[in-house]
Design a protein around this ligand. Structure first.
Ligand code: F6R
Ligand code: MN
Length: 185
């Protein structure tokens, strides 16, 4: 029997996924400013808001194959609104996802298809099952990087347009070090 080195390493403590086929995507403020209620003109366009590591093997159209991911969300605020991911529904609403907290503090904001919003607290070792039909967005409510791992089917896809047409009905701000949640009426 041959014994191989793993093709990928996930440094859970430092929040890095390394390996030949690992993809890294970075989201800068210039491409994120429209997420926020009041964009901040004083924030530089090249401010790094979050980065996503992702890894998969084999045919991504093969039912049953999985993606592995890590999101590192910076502790930036935009006119007091906490930094967050763009957020999405999966294109394939049968595809659930696991998220797990690896560092920092935040919220996993979720929205059902009928628009009902709810959230779970995210912290080191928290584990979150996201139903396939539920939109999801991470929010960094702390003062350090929020690091969150993920595992989801390669056939899930991302439907961002649906969120742009029907945005999450809740926003999270930090004012005088207190979290303030503003919900649509
Ligand atoms: C994959 C998934 C995560 C997010 C990542 C960035 O289905 O949920 O890997 O893609 O947290 O968030 P978005 O994609 O909303 O910018
Ligand atoms: Mn997802």
């Amino acid at each position: 029997m041959e014994i191989f080195d793993p093709r990928v390493q996930h440094d859970f403590v430092n929040g890095i996924v390394e390996g030949k086929d690992v993809k890294i995507s970075k989201k800068y403020y210039r491409d994120a400013k429209h997420f926020y209620l009041n964009p901040d003109a004083s924030l530089a366009d090249d401010t790094l808001m979050y980065q996503v590591y992702s890894y998969s093997e084999g045919n991504s159209e093969q039912v049953g194959n999985l993606n592995w991911g890590l999101t590192v969300l910076k502790p930036v605020s935009v006119n007091q609104e906490c930094n967050m991911t763009r957020g999405h529904f999966h294109e394939n609403l049968d595809c659930a996802e696991f998220y797990f907290g690896l560092g920092g503090e935040g919220l996993l904001l979720m929205m059902k298809e009928d628009g009902t919003c709810f959230a779970e607290k995210v912290f080191l070792n928290s584990l979150h099952h996201i139903d396939g039909s539920v939109a999801h967005r991470l929010i960094n409510t702390g003062n350090e990087d929020l690091k969150v791992g993920a595992c989801w089917p390669t056939i899930a896809g991302h439907d961002y347009e649906r969120i742009e047409k029907h945005p999450f009905g809740a926003r999270v701000f930090k004012k005088d070090d207190e979290l303030v949640i503003e919900e649509d009426k």
